[in-house]
Design a protein around this ligand. Structure first.
Ligand code: THU
Length: 139
């Protein structure tokens, strides 16, 4: 899969920024938006949704991936993460694992309010990933 062209990268960025407007984060005040590009060309978005129990918080990336899968899209090409902070916001460990289920080689684009800060392949974020084929033959 070739890397994305600039137009598609900008579409992902815009979608992630738009989704971040719905971030429900009264506890952390840390706003995040995510956009998932699927092989079909469709883009699915999510924002972080926190909970008073704190532990039930779900990140923007997982909400976006689950939204895609709920629509029958299980072939993920790329994920964009947007957070309006100065530092890079990379997907947490749980989100890396969830993205990996649908493409261990997904491209991950990390944006802030100014620019694309970093682009990496999920393999770099989650080496030696445990995946679907690892549970095919339990003893
Ligand atoms: N968060 C995300 O949604 N994605 C990330 O990549 C990092 C963290 C959220 C979870 C929580 O609502 C807040 O940011 C602070 O951790």
């Amino acid at each position: 899969m070739p890397l994305l062209n600039n137009e598609t990268i900008n579409q992902l960025k815009s979608a992630a920024i738009k989704a971040s407007a719905n971030a429900y984060c009264p506890y952390s005040r840390f706003v995040v938006g995510a956009a998932v590009l699927c092989e079909s060309g469709s883009i699915y978005t999510g924002c972080n949704v926190e909970n008073a129990s704190l532990g039930l918080t779900v990140c923007a990336e997982r909400n976006a991936v689950f939204g895609a899968v709920a629509q029958g899209e299980t072939k993920i090409v790329a994920v964009a993460v947007y957070a309006p902070v100065d530092t890079v916001t990379a997907p947490c460990g749980a989100c890396r694992q969830v993205i990996s289920e649908f493409n261990p080689k997904a491209e991950i684009y990390m944006f802030n309010h100014k620019e694309l800060l970093t682009q990496v392949n999920l393999q770099e974020l989650l080496p030696m990933a445990f995946g679907p084929s690892d549970i095919e033959n339990p003893t």
